[in-house]
Design a protein. Structure first.
Length: 202
């Protein structure tokens, strides 16, 4: 197997509502100087920390947004920018494992996430069919869905998220994010020199 090229990305997405800067290294547990995760929203920072730690990613996200309105715009735009960075870092996706599935428990909660780095964007988000209780701060299951939707749309990921048990918002959201991080970690691994598709293109 040939030596992999550096799989890194750095970009900035700025709108009238948010300003998001992302640096991503798929093959490092931390960037030079460490991972910096600062969005102005404590629970979102906590979820990005789970993504970096369980995904074994070098990840920096520095963002600001109209939190005086609501966290929706910030969550969505962080997801979009992460998706763009992931697309850039993956390149032509040659040699990656592509598929992965992970279960993660958190106390009474059990989440399953299935990932296909197919180049085709699709999010099947079953937790919204459940009655999830409360908020994590002011962060809800809806905000997580929008973050993942933005990421899938801009990274070309098919993502299925299932909630097998659980009701409490903090545990549900965190278990899903940990499962996604661990599935992504396995799916981006370079395991061959071949493109993982009979089509010849992802």
């Amino acid at each position: 197997m040939t030596a992999p090229t550096l799989r890194r990305a750095a970009l900035n997405r700025q709108t009238a509502e948010t300003d998001v800067r992302v640096t991503l290294d798929l093959d490092s547990r931390a960037l030079d100087g460490g991972n910096l995760l600062q969005t102005g929203h404590g629970f979102l920072d906590h979820m990005l920390e789970q993504l970096a730690r369980h995904g074994r990613l070098g990840l920096s996200v520095q963002a600001s947004g109209d939190l005086h309105v609501e966290v929706h715009h910030l969550a969505e735009d962080v997801g979009i920018t992460l998706g763009q960075a992931l697309t850039q870092a993956l390149g032509d996706r040659r040699g990656i494992e592509r598929y992965s599935s992970q279960f993660v428990p958190m106390d009474e909660t059990l989440a399953q996430v299935v990932v296909d780095l197919s180049g085709r964007a699709h999010l099947a988000f079953e937790p919204e069919k459940w009655e999830v209780w409360g908020l994590a701060g002011d962060f809800s299951i809806y905000h997580l869905r929008e973050l993942l939707r933005g990421l899938c749309n801009h990274a070309g990921i098919t993502l299925h998220v299932r909630l097998l048990a659980g009701r409490e918002a903090h545990h549900v959201i965190e278990a899903i994010m940990k499962a996604f991080a661990r599935a992504l970690r396995d799916a981006v691994r370079v395991t061959s020199d071949e493109l993982p598709s009979t089509k010849g293109l992802l």
